[in-house]
Design a binder for this molecule. Structure first.
Ligand code: FEO
Length: 398
């Protein structure tokens, strides 16, 4: 039993931790779990802002009822229909049949498809408001941060931004709920992984949303995942601005696919040459071992990306292919791309990686390095040249 967690006098945190789920969206690993945050405003009218994933807390509705102390729930504001937040919507409507659901026209199409609900809807448009008494809510449409219906809710009274997925993070809230109760070092990487895996594809729309909210005084940010920002909200806004502008740090990710070690040997060789050139942040990954989710996180962080693959039949290695497909899917941008490969009887690995380079429109750092069999000094010139050229791009600034 945890006592009510107040954000301000009338605003409560009603989130839950999910430590059981292995894969978010049945795809992204959750080694440190995830939190689904929901918020309750108890005013002259009562309003819940988003719900939680339906499998996590059997007592969620009891907790809402306990906070309401016999009052009814007047409104459910649906900032985002993805079921990690709308999961309890059907159960909530069954419990509070007079509940009015607040969303926009895109919300309601998804709502009907997921729950068959078409009644008791209050449709808001961009800038629309809802008066709860002391609290006046304003709605700002932020499409594609992360789905087309996504919006954020701004409490003009206390300058609280209920931001849906924006500013969210993987990782459970282990005791600390607020930014001043946690060590952010634990969350920064998981926050960037959430951004790059889930929202980063729509970075252009994130920039539009940030522009739209510019000038709005925000004292507290309540995301649907991760910590609540009440002490340093500008910190997370700056991070989101940086990530959505595809601004990166001066380091290099070297990701390789190797069956029997020759391509790995090349990856280590290139990494060593990068270090000799003065690059200090170098991360080498075996794509067959590290899940693509973590690779994307590191790739988002650093400016340089060097991909190396052995030939596999007449293609690149399938695990490298998976990484490339995912990078195309998230529309990776603003990276300097280097390529190397090893061949036994054909050079299909680096050839296929060159096709990826063209498709991604990332600038290719010459030369493409390719060697047959193991890397020996007589075959190393192109690998040396690739490392020197990449280091030059990295050290040349962002
Ligand atoms: Fe956390 Fe897009 O749902």
């Amino acid at each position: 039993m945890i006592s009510p967690i107040k954000i301000t006098d009338r605003v409560y945190y009603l989130g839950v931790n999910d430590r059981r789920k292995h894969l978010f969206e049945n795809m992204w690993p959750l080694p440190q779990g995830v939190a689904y945050n929901s918020y309750l405003i108890v005013d002259e009218k009562t309003a819940l802002i988003d719900t939680i994933e339906c499998t996590v807390a059997a007592d969620y509705i009891e907790r809402i009822a306990a906070h309401l102390k016999g009052r009814k729930l007047d409104y459910l504001v649906v900032n985002h229909m993805e079921p990690d937040h709308a999961g309890m919507l059907g159960a909530l409507v069954a419990y509070y049949p007079e509940l009015k659901i607040v969303g926009n026209n895109k919300t309601f199409k998804i709502l009907e498809g997921f729950f068959g609900i078409t009644d008791n809807l209050i449709e808001v448009t961009d800038g629309g408001t809802l008066d709860l008494g002391h609290h006046k809510l304003q709605f700002v449409l932020t499409p594609w941060v992360h789905w087309p219906e996504t919006m954020v809710t701004y409490d003009t009274t206390e300058q609280i931004l209920f931001s849906a997925d924006a500013f969210g993070s993987f990782g459970t809230l282990d005791g600390g709920i607020f930014d001043d109760e946690i060590n952010f070092d634990f969350y920064e990487s998981e926050m960037r992984r959430y951004y790059s895996n889930i929202v980063g594809k729509y970075s252009g729309m994130v920039q539009k949303a940030l522009t739209k909210l510019k000038g709005t005084p925000v004292r507290i940010i309540c995301s649907t995942h991760g910590p609540i920002w009440r002490s340093e909200s500008s910190k997370v806004i700056n991070l989101y601005d940086k990530w959505s502008r595809h601004e990166s740090d001066p380091g290099v990710v070297v990701a390789f696919a190797s069956m029997y070690g020759h391509t790995e040997q090349m990856a280590d060789y290139v990494a060593r040459r990068l270090a000799e050139q003065g690059v200090r942040d170098i991360r080498v990954f075996d794509v067959s071992k590290t899940h693509v989710s973590f690779l994307i996180n590191e790739i988002w962080k650093y400016k340089g990306l060097i991909l190396g693959s052995c030939a596999y039949n007449s293609e690149m290695h399938p695990m490298m292919s998976q990484l490339c497909n995912e990078l195309l899917h998230i529309s990776i941008k603003n990276k300097e791309l280097g390529i190397f490969g090893s061949s036994s009887w054909n050079g299909a690995g680096s050839k296929a990686l060159q096709a990826f380079a063209e498709a991604s429109k990332l600038p290719l750092v010459a030369p493409v390095a390719e060697a047959q069999g193991k890397l020996t000094p007589d075959k190393a010139a192109a690998y040396d040249a690739l490392a020197v050229a990449m280091a030059g791009k990295i050290q040349g600034g962002n």
